[in-house]
Ligand binder design. Structure first.
Ligand code: FA5
Length: 357
């Protein structure tokens, strides 16, 4: 019987498979790669020796060698995948954060779990009060066009009333045409436009959200704060309905011991307009730093919808009327929890935040 270069193929393949199984790291695998499946491998050497065979033997030997090469390569790649997975796991294990108790200088620090922040909790409570009174809840965008934030609210360009809201402009489009909303009132406009399109008046909704103003932070102001807007559009609505809603809200949210009052004010989008105040809960009305010694804290503005606003969104002011209000959520939280300085809400002092867990 004549000898063939492939006589020892099976035993060579077995040796290669054993060698692959013994590779214990990606580095070892990379080093061994040329000798197992590369040009310097035994299989490549055998491939070259097939040229010496007569042609019938060569094609059969070629097919055998191809099958052997396939098996070795597949085993090699499977080993590579396994070692890569192990390496990944080891990396993750090394980076794992220790979230159990940590001991520092013999003091054991137990991990603390988080909880919703005081503003989120307050917003939820305010929504609950209004939902119980029959309002739905909607939200609007924080970046608005000048039209929604001002013009549709009866505040044309260069109107002196714009000075009531120190505005952050966004660098988009023509100068001073895109703003970070200074109040939640533009969401009223979105809602009324939607209701006109869907022919779904009347409307009874509250709209909470974040607002931005170039206000210097002090005990009652932040540059980023939150409001909850209220809007009713229905037939035969007047100031008495607004006063009733505010009275019901005050009793539900602050309890019967807190007094409230409405004082005449001016907003371009409501007429008549009022400011809504409660007795300062920190000094109980006797006067302190937080309320600037007045004994009262302003929570928001409100009023009967100006017909110009209804016209701007295509609502017939002969048939429909309504009222709107906008309260500061941070201010409500401040009064409910007697927080003397609102800046504490943004300072991330854990001792303060834990009071509300
Ligand atoms: C407005 O923003 C009107 N859009 C409210 C309104 C709505 C009037 C609908 C009529 C009809 P004003 O600027 O007064 O009004 O703000 C309302 C409330 O938001 C304030 O009373 C206060 O509670 C809160 N607020 C305003 N600015 C700040 C601030 N910088 N930081 C924290 N709270 C603020």
């Amino acid at each position: 019987m004549t000898s063939s270069p492939l006589d020892e193929l099976d035993s060579k393949v077995s040796e290669l498979l054993v060698a692959i199984a013994a590779l214990d790291s990606l580095d070892a695998l990379r080093e061994a790669e040329p000798g197992i499946i590369g040009k310097r491998s035994i299989l490549s050497t055998l491939q070259k020796s097939l040229g010496a065979l007569v042609s019938e033997d060569r094609s059969e030997a070629g097919a055998r060698l191809q099958r052997a090469r396939h098996e070795v390569e597949q085993t090699f790649e499977a080993r590579r995948a396994l070692l890569a997975r192990d390496a990944r796991r080891q990396g993750l294990e090394k980076d794992r954060l220790e979230l159990g108790d940590v001991v520092v200088d013999n003091v054991r620090w137990a991990p603390t779990t988080g909880h919703p922040g005081i503003i989120a909790v307050t917003q939820g409570q305010l929504e609950d009060v209004f939902v119980a009174m029959g309002f739905s809840v909607s939200e609007g965008p924080e970046v608005e066009s000048d039209w929604y934030n001002f013009e549709a609210l009866n505040i044309p360009p260069a109107h002196p009333a714009r000075g009531m809201w120190d505005t952050f402009y966004v660098d988009l489009g023509d100068p001073e045409t895109v703003v970070l909303r200074t109040h939640t009132s533009p969401t009223q406009i979105h809602l009324m436009e939607d209701a006109v399109r869907a022919e779904s008046l009347p409307l009874h909704a509250v709209m909470p959200g974040r607002c931005y103003r170039r206000d210097s932070p002090d005990s009652r102001h932040l540059a980023t704060f939150h409001q909850i807007e209220g809007l009713v559009v229905d037939r035969g609505i007047g100031f008495a309905d607004l006063a009733g809603v505010i009275e019901t809200f005050t009793r539900s949210y602050f309890g019967p011991d807190t007094s409230s009052r409405l004082r005449p004010a001016f907003f371009p989008f409501t007429e008549p307009s009022a400011e809504f105040e409660i007795t300062c809960t920190i000094c109980k009305g006797s006067g302190c730093r937080t309320c600037s010694q007045t004994g009262w804290i302003e929570l928001g503005g409100c009023g009967v919808l100006d017909p110009a606003v209804l016209h701007a969104v295509g609502i017939d002011a002969e048939e429909w009327s309504g009222f709107a209000f906008g309260f500061g959520i941070d201010r409500c939280a401040q009064m409910r929890h007697q927080i003397s300085d609102m800046r504490a809400l943004t300072e991330n002092d854990v001792r303060f935040l834990e009071r509300f867990s």
